[in-house]
Design a protein around this ligand. Structure first.
Ligand code: XMP
Length: 525
């Protein structure tokens, strides 16, 4: 797989040391929301390597272990001799205590969920913005019994007398609870107090700054060479391409493969609105017949995905060859890989491997492009902010995620053009009504699924019908790893149901999926 050609941003990062729970990404996001660049590193990274990254500060994250358990990840005590600001959270708070000579007790009690934090009379610096007490989110077994020498304890809970401490002179602080989760009151304030008042950092990580930095980096790498980008209609590739276009203008050609599995209006949105906003040179390849042919008779979800991925690559390769013939050789390929993909594939640095399924569906190794991945240090919300900075239409920037295989994995059963037409009509109604009701920003995405192999009896107009159900799958999520079903207003559901059964032939029933993830995935296939 070709490696990413771009370098990392030159901001000194706040390094979040990942102790193995889901919290590290959230902490890094919150740090960036405060306007400070942040990256995640594994707890197995040796101190020398960590220091070589020239961190502006270090945050030790939460994790599932007990500090005394065999093999539990530890903090190298030498970290605290580097004059570096360090903030410990949950497990990180305990690991920090142990490394600095304090004591962590196995209390045998677990504190989990919302807990009342009592702040000491002297709030210190870290908890300066808090009232005398606040609700915080806890998730731990052990507890700090004796704070390290030189530290002031600034808060406790009923079960955990030492729940926050600080040593401002040494720029060290920690909390037992999770300031990064939304359920914790004043969590972001605590993080800001650490970053700005204890670590002494400044907020300089803004969309405008990212834009300037990335444009310069892309120009430097690409020089006068030609670049190609596959647009999917989604936010990531749209922003990545717009960024590259801002940097190298007409050296970029975009290819949009219409695989016939798109939703109503999506192709027009790219061809008309996106091109109008960016001035990008776009080639659309209409390959819907080819995809439909390849999917004939296929009902297995993974086989569908493989076929769609394979056909995509074939079509894209041909398009790339055609472009190369007109434009001359193409050296670079733009991909909209995001930071969570980089972290999850074991990376975190510019040399991580790329997940094979990502975006373009697994490009072959012998592809002679070098990858340009201008979003590989960014989280989704930062990509959206960057898109706005680039002047992209709100309909594209605010778009919910939509899977690469498109409606192909939302028809349960064989994909046919009639079924696509049915699903497209139902989906358009759902999106229209949700936007009208103003709930788009409350949900992560809402797959609309056609159960093409299921029929049920209904009564419509004057007669009995034997039609298909449509499933609504509205979900709320932070990152699609876990999700809950969104409690949409009944009136809205009723309007959607009435319109679908009234306006879409073949559909006589609308059902709501009320399954969280886990156990259910977001998509049905
Ligand atoms: P699941 O269904 O696994 O979905 O809970 C998690 C997120 O991933 C999207 N998704 C896909 N995206 N190709 C993609 O590009 C795929 O094959 C694919 N399958 C699921 C899904 O829409 C959700 O956002």
């Amino acid at each position: 797989m070709p490696e990413n050609a771009l370098t990392e941003p030159d901001h000194k990062p706040v390094l979040v040391v990942d102790f193995g729970a889901q919290y590290a990404q959230l902490i890094a996001r919150r740090v960036r929301e405060a306007g400070v660049y942040s990256e995640i590193v594994p707890s197995s990274m040796p101190l020398s390597e960590l220091l070589a990254r020239e961190p502006a500060a270090v945050i030790l994250s939460g994790g599932p272990s007990s500090v005394y358990a065999e093999g539990a990840p530890q903090v190298d005590p030498a970290l605290f001799d580097q004059q570096l600001p360090v903030f410990g959270i949950c497990y990180g708070f305990q690991a920090m205590t142990a490394a600095l000579g304090g004591t962590v007790d196995r209390t045998g009690r677990r504190e989990y969920g919302p807990t009342r934090l009592q702040v000491a009379d002297d709030h210190g610096t870290l908890l300066r913005d808090l009232p005398g007490s606040a609700e915080v989110w806890m998730s731990h077994g052990d507890a700090v019994a004796i704070a390290p020498d030189g530290f002031t304890v600034t808060a406790g809970t009923a079960d955990t007398p030492i729940a926050a401490f600080e040593n401002v002179d040494r720029r060290l602080a920690g909390v037992q609870y999770h300031p990064e989760v939304a359920h914790t009151q004043f969590g972001q304030d605590v993080l800001r107090r650490f970053l700005f008042d204890i670590a002494g950092l400044t907020a300089d990580w803004t969309p405008g700054e990212i834009l300037v930095e990335q444009v310069a980096a892309i120009r430097q790498v690409v020089g006068g060479d030609k670049v190609l980008c596959a647009l999917s209609g989604g936010v990531d590739s749209a922003v990545a391409a717009a960024l590259v276009h801002r940097a190298v203008g007409d050296q970029l050609t975009c290819v949009f493969v219409d695989h016939g599995l798109l939703r109503a209006g999506e192709r027009e949105q790219v061809e008309r609105d996106y091109v109008a906003a960016t001035g990008i040179h776009l080639i659309t390849v209409d390959a819907s017949e080819r995809f439909l042919g390849a999917l004939t008779g296929i009902t297995d979800p993974e086989t569908k995905r493989k076929i769609i991925g394979r056909e995509f690559i074939r079509v894209f390769e041909q398009a790339a060859a055609d472009v190369a013939q007109v434009e001359g050789g193409i050296k670079y390929l733009v991909q909209g890989t995001l930071y969570p993909d980089v972290v999850e594939s074991g990376g975190g640095t510019g040399t991580a491997t790329i997940k094979s399924h990502h975006n373009v569906g697994g490009l072959p190794d012998d592809l002679t492009f070098q990858l340009v991945e201008p979003l590989r240090t960014l989280f989704k919300d930062e990509v959206r902010a960057l898109g706005r900075e680039l002047g992209l239409p709100e309909e594209i920037v605010a778009r919910h995620p939509f899977p690469g295989p498109g409606l192909g994995i939302r028809i349960i059963g064989e994909v046919t053009s009639d079924r696509l037409q049915t699903l497209r009509a139902a989906d358009a109604i759902v999106r229209e009504e949700m936007t009208k009701a103003g709930v788009d920003s409350e949900i992560w995405q809402c797959p609309v699924v056609l159960l093409a192999e299921v029929r049920s009896v209904g009564v419509q107009g004057d007669g009995r019908t034997y039609g298909h159900p449509i499933v609504l799958r509205p979900v709320s999520s932070e990152d699609a790893m876990t999700a809950d079903w969104t409690r949409l207003p009944y009136d809205l559901l009723s309007t959607i149901s009435g319109r679908i059964t009234g306006e879409v032939d073949e559909v006589n029933r609308v059902v709501l999926d009320v399954t969280p993830k886990p156990p259910g995935t977001i998509e049905w296939e």
